[in-house]
Design a protein around this ligand. Structure first.
Ligand SMILES: *[C@@H]1O[C@H](CO)[C@@H](O)[C@H](O)[C@H]1NC(C)=O
Ligand SMILES: *[C@@H]1O[C@H](CO)[C@@H](O)[C@H](O)[C@H]1NC(C)=O
Ligand SMILES: *[C@@H]1O[C@H](CO)[C@@H](O)[C@H](O)[C@H]1NC(C)=O
Ligand SMILES: *[C@@H]1O[C@H](CO)[C@@H](O)[C@H](O)[C@H]1NC(C)=O
Ligand SMILES: *[C@@H]1O[C@H](CO)[C@@H](O)[C@H](O)[C@H]1NC(C)=O
Ligand SMILES: *[C@@H]1O[C@H](CO)[C@@H](O)[C@H](O)[C@H]1NC(C)=O
Ligand SMILES: *[C@@H]1O[C@H](CO)[C@@H](O)[C@H](O)[C@H]1NC(C)=O
Ligand SMILES: *[C@@H]1O[C@H](CO)[C@@H](O)[C@H](O)[C@H]1NC(C)=O
Ligand SMILES: *[C@@H]1O[C@H](CO)[C@@H](O)[C@H](O)[C@H]1NC(C)=O
Ligand SMILES: *[C@@H]1O[C@H](CO)[C@@H](O)[C@H](O)[C@H]1NC(C)=O
Ligand SMILES: *[C@@H]1O[C@H](CO)[C@@H](O)[C@H](O)[C@H]1NC(C)=O
Ligand SMILES: *[C@@H]1O[C@H](CO)[C@@H](O)[C@H](O)[C@H]1NC(C)=O
Length: 700
């Protein structure tokens, strides 16, 4: 029901008026930011996709000159296991034991004696590039420089790319769309060059590399042709190419409408060329990628119609912001980022698993996703009321519950300990930081509560009940009662949000303390809403957690940290401690006097040169809560928070590009400023900005 109410187009006028909803001319605002390009971007493709699948293109509308990637939720590959003696199977990996409050706890960390199997577990499985599709210019060697009058438009409202250019006087027009329902690209190409036999389409299939943590901009190896196989099975108006890389097999099914034929270029390559009959000047085809069974997705027109419906519905549903773009260049740039982020997150960040930081553009961390980043990938949908997209991957907590319980049990804790750098099976890759980070634990509480505020039903309570209980049990069991101070400590060993401290010395970090209390509060509410007893230990730990660490009247990263503000390494990276007011609602222990001073201190002493990604939205949310909308906008538009011409966030030197938590964080911060939060109604934007918003949920 609520999803119906948040849709604009289908509401009767009376209801519309009574809701004060959907008066913004969304279509013209969205189209104002259509991409208009005239050359390929070597690093940032233009993309079509559906959240589980994306296809990146160069200026030709295909992958003609640049082998941009075709990535999916399901396409993964394992390299062969190491042959090193005693490291030949997963069970040979034992991790390391670290002292943890008087006992040895086993952590999934690299063990020098098990280097090869440890590295295998980090880099496998890795996400694979499913294939390359490009224009074939006969025997001629055509480079992008040979094309004239290049033009490319991404129509955001329809999710379609229109590309055109002239080659030796002949115009070539290419339209590219992706199916919202299956992992299919549909293409229409029009050119006289077909008649001369000078134009066709090639398909090529790479081997998986698995060697590089950040596999960018192009994933896979096209010249290791002996290491994998492809097999063509042609039929009338179609063909199936089965690609086998070791244990991974999948199918590319190509269908076309007019007369055309397909053949392999040579026995020693995995390149195939589709050539239309010389009587044609239009070629339409679809290519569907699937793990095994072939899903016929209809003609180009069918796929295009579905895509247009899906995208116009996407833009019309949920929330929308209209900023004063004609009179104010900051507002215009913020609006551009908001619109392009909405497009890119629906393409790259709405799959069956949480997104990887670089989405489906290229591979960061071997294509795996990080459980602490789920917050930054998904939370914005809840404010923007795009629940169906949020729901696609939030089930990861339920799916990973068994492995989360195993992880906690193995370490002698109660409950369910959520992992970190994950593949779809729920295995968390070995890593010192991976095994010692804790801020991913309360995320389910945040999501559950946002969902319950919107859908206060038994169904919501049931959906999250087992997860919240399991995670709360772990959080409580993890907290350590300090007999000297009579409070519960978090860590050591642990890594805080910023991952830049000595884990054996890190205890009671400010943000994690706040998040533990916040999470246990919600876990308690959840029990009460179901008339279930609240375990006494949950309350006891929540009420007796250590106080926020304060030094010279400002909050510090963790208790006992020395010279935090003078040490470059600890006054840089994520300023997580500001998250206790802004990202999180104010908890009972927050002292705003101290917090204000902390903000000043961060402003004066932080090394923002090294800030990236969600740091800027985090700062913006803090400034917005403090009532400073001007400064909030400044942070979102900070010179270090760069979004390039295709709307991809490209700031940051130590992380993959694009780094989509910056996009999702931008929408979270903008959504909070638009929809307000408990105690303050939105919109909250700089004075003098003429802002219209509709359809938002308030933040906590
Ligand atoms: C390509 O686009 C850029 C940016 O809009 C513009 O400056 C340039 O003149 C264009 N080049 C051509 C050949 O149209
Ligand atoms: C890779 O190997 C792991 C461990 O055996 C297995 O769980 C996983 O399903 C494999 N993935 C692929 C894509 O082969
Ligand atoms: C492999 O394990 C066996 C039995 O534990 C041990 O004797 C042997 O030294 C190990 N070999 C290597 C190369 O580590
Ligand atoms: C932390 O302590 C463990 C022993 O419990 C030790 O093996 C490890 O090297 C220490 N790590 C650091 C970063 O000091
Ligand atoms: C095609 O042209 C490019 C640059 O124009 C050149 O680098 C490449 O070697 C040529 N390839 C062949 C096969 O001639
Ligand atoms: C363009 O036309 C010229 C002259 O007809 C010819 O030599 C050349 O090969 C053509 N180039 C391409 C890329 O078709
Ligand atoms: C593939 O290309 C890479 C990079 O150019 C080169 O180093 C490698 O030797 C090539 N491999 C084969 C099998 O040709
Ligand atoms: C391809 O297989 C050969 C022989 O097994 C191996 O040496 C080579 O490293 C493989 N290439 C890649 C890219 O994995
Ligand atoms: C390519 O493979 C086919 C089928 O196996 C074979 O008949 C043909 O002779 C091969 N061609 C070359 C050039 O090796
Ligand atoms: C208890 O807390 C104090 C003060 O934070 C600390 O110095 C001490 O190491 C803690 N005790 C244990 C056993 O962790
Ligand atoms: C907040 O901290 C300031 C500075 O330490 C202190 O003076 C004040 O009493 C604190 N306020 C509360 C409500 O605890
Ligand atoms: C701030 O961070 C940048 C980027 O990491 C670094 O180059 C610079 O030295 C740092 N500045 C200070 C004062 O530490």
């Amino acid at each position: 029901m609520p999803s119906l109410l948040s849709r604009c187009n289908i509401l009767p006028i009376v209801l519309l008026a009574s809701l004060g909803n959907c008066e913004i001319d969304r279509e013209s605002i969205v189209r104002q930011f259509n991409l208009r390009l005239n050359q390929s971007h070597p690093y940032s493709p233009v993309q079509v996709g559906n959240g589980n699948f994306a296809f990146g293109v160069d200026v030709t509308g295909l992958q003609t000159f640049l082998p941009h990637n075709t990535l999916s939720s399901w396409g993964w590959h394992n390299s062969s296991l190491p042959t090193t003696p005693n490291q030949t199977s997963i069970s040979d990996y034992t991790g390391v034991d670290w002292w943890t409050h008087g006992r040895l706890v086993n952590y999934a960390q690299p063990n020098p004696a098990e280097k090869d199997i440890g590295q295998w577990l980090i880099s496998n499985p890795h996400r694979i590039n499913l294939g390359r599709v490009g224009l074939w210019f006969g025997e001629k060697n055509v480079s992008e420089d040979a094309l004239q009058r290049k033009s490319q438009v991404l129509d955001l409202w329809e999710g379609a790319i229109f590309s055109s250019f002239t080659l030796n006087g002949s115009r070539v027009e290419v339209e590219t769309v992706a199916s919202p329902e299956s992992d299919t690209v549909a293409v229409e190409i029009t050119s006289r060059l077909f008649k001369g036999g000078e134009l066709g389409v090639f398909f090529d299939f790479p081997y998986a590399s698995g060697k590089n943590k950040f596999d960018a901009p192009f994933v896979g190896i096209f010249n290791a042709t002996a290491n994998h196989t492809t097999a063509l099975k042609a039929r009338r108006h179609g063909a199936t190419i089965t690609h086998t890389l070791d244990a991974t097999t999948y199918v590319a099914d190509i269908t076309w409408e007019s007369d055309a034929s397909i053949a392999r270029v040579s026995n020693f390559s995995h390149r195939y060329v589709l050539k239309p009959a010389r009587s044609e000047d239009t070629l339409t085809f679809t290519i569907n990628f699937a793990p095994r069974t072939v899903e016929r997705s209809g003609t180009f027109e069918d796929v295009k119609d579905n895509a247009v419906d899906w995208w116009s519905d996407y833009w019309s549903s949920g929330a929308f912001i209209s900023l004063p773009t004609s009179s104010n260049s900051s507002a215009k740039e913020l609006q551009r980022r908001i619109i392009l982020s909405q497009y890119l997150l629906a393409v790259n960040g709405a799959g069956k698993d949480p997104a990887q930081e670089s989405g489906l553009v290229n591979n960061g961390w071997y294509g795996k996703f990080h459980m602490e980043m789920v917050f930054w990938h998904l939370a914005h949908w809840t404010l923007w009321n795009k629940w169906s997209l949020y729901d696609r991957s939030v089930g990861v907590y339920e799916r990973f519950l068994p492995t989360s319980y195993d992880r906690a049990r193995h370490q002698g804790y109660q409950g369910a300990r959520i992992g970190k750098m994950s593949d779809p099976t729920g295995r968390s890759a070995p890593g010192e930081i991976n095994s010692l980070l804790i801020w991913q634990q309360p995320h389910p509480m945040y999501f559950a509560e946002m969902e319950y505020r919107k859908f206060p039903s038994k169904k919501t309570l049931k959906k999250w009940d087992r997860i919240l209980s399991g995670v709360a049990d772990f959080m409580v069991s993890y907290a350590w009662f300090n007999e000297t101070t009579k409070v519960y400590d978090l860590g050591p060993p642990m890594y805080p949000v910023s991952e830049n401290t000595n884990p054996n010395q890190t205890v009671n970090p400010t943000f994690e303390l706040a998040y533990w209390r916040f999470g246990l509060d919600i876990a308690e509410k959840w029990q009460k809403r179901q008339n279930k007893p609240v375990p006494a230990t949950w309350r006891n730990v929540r009420d007796n957690l250590a106080a926020f660490p304060v030094e010279n009247d400002v909050y510090v990263l963790y208790e006992g940290i020395k010279n935090m503000w003078a040490t470059p390494a600890t006054a840089e990276d994520h300023p997580g401690l500001l998250g206790i007011y802004g990202w999180l609602p104010p908890g009972t222990r927050l002292n705003l006097t101290i917090f204000d001073k902390t903000v000043d201190k961060v402003y004066k002493s932080w090394n923002f040169t090294y800030s990236y990604g969600w740091d800027f939205p985090l700062l913006a949310m803090t400034m917005a809560r403090l009532g400073n909308a001007e400064k909030a906008v400044d942070w979102l538009l900070d010179p270090n928070n760069k979004f390039n011409e295709v709307g991809m966030p490209v700031g940051g030197t130590r992380v993959p590009t694009p780094y989509f938590p910056a996009s999702a964080g931008l929408l979270l911060a903008a959504g909070m400023m638009a929809g307000g939060w408990d105690g303050l109604e939105g919109p909250i934007f700089p004075k003098g900005w003429d802002v219209e918003v509709e359809g938002f949920s308030a933040a906590m």
